[in-house]
Design a protein around this ligand. Structure first.
Ligand SMILES: [Zn+2]
Ligand SMILES: [Zn+2]
Length: 137
């Protein structure tokens, strides 16, 4: 394997490890639970669409990101990929948009926030009570 491929693979592995460590450190601070679960078909479909938009260049990036593997963040309610410094720039929703499940589109008051690490990408989304239950192992 050429040296630059090895370096990129090492960066990808380090970025993925950093995101898992960040989730372990953050979840007690925000009162969340850490668990491994089988992803629902609805989440996989949204993740596939996000990946296609990412690879297709249809998702805007923050100015700090380049092609090197690094921890990155996305929210299923927003169309952007950002670095850790720019998480605050992701859309803040209000009204019905804030009560809309990012997986099935159901509007209800009780939305459960989920944060999932997929390699170096941390994906945040809100899900309704039905999708939250469906995702439990
Ligand atoms: Zn940034
Ligand atoms: Zn739902």
């Amino acid at each position: 394997m050429p040296a630059n491929r090895t370096a990129a693979a090492d960066q990808l592995e380090a970025a993925s490890r950093d995101q898992i460590a960040m989730l372990h450190a953050a979840h007690p601070l925000i009162g969340g639970q850490m668990r491994e679960e089988e992803p629902s078909p609805a989440f996989i479909a949204r993740l596939d669409a996000l990946g296609a938009d990412l690879i297709g260049g249809r998702l805007p990036f923050c100015q700090h990101l380049d092609a090197s593997p690094q921890p990155v963040y996305a929210a299923l309610w927003d169309d952007a990929v950002v670095c850790g410094r720019c998480i605050g720039a992701l859309a803040r929703l209000t009204g019905d948009a804030d009560r809309t499940c990012d997986l099935c589109g159901t509007v209800e008051d009780a939305q459960y926030v989920a944060v999932v690490a997929v390699g170096p990408l941390v994906v945040m989304f809100g899900r309704c009570s039905t999708c939250n239950r469906d995702d439990r192992p």
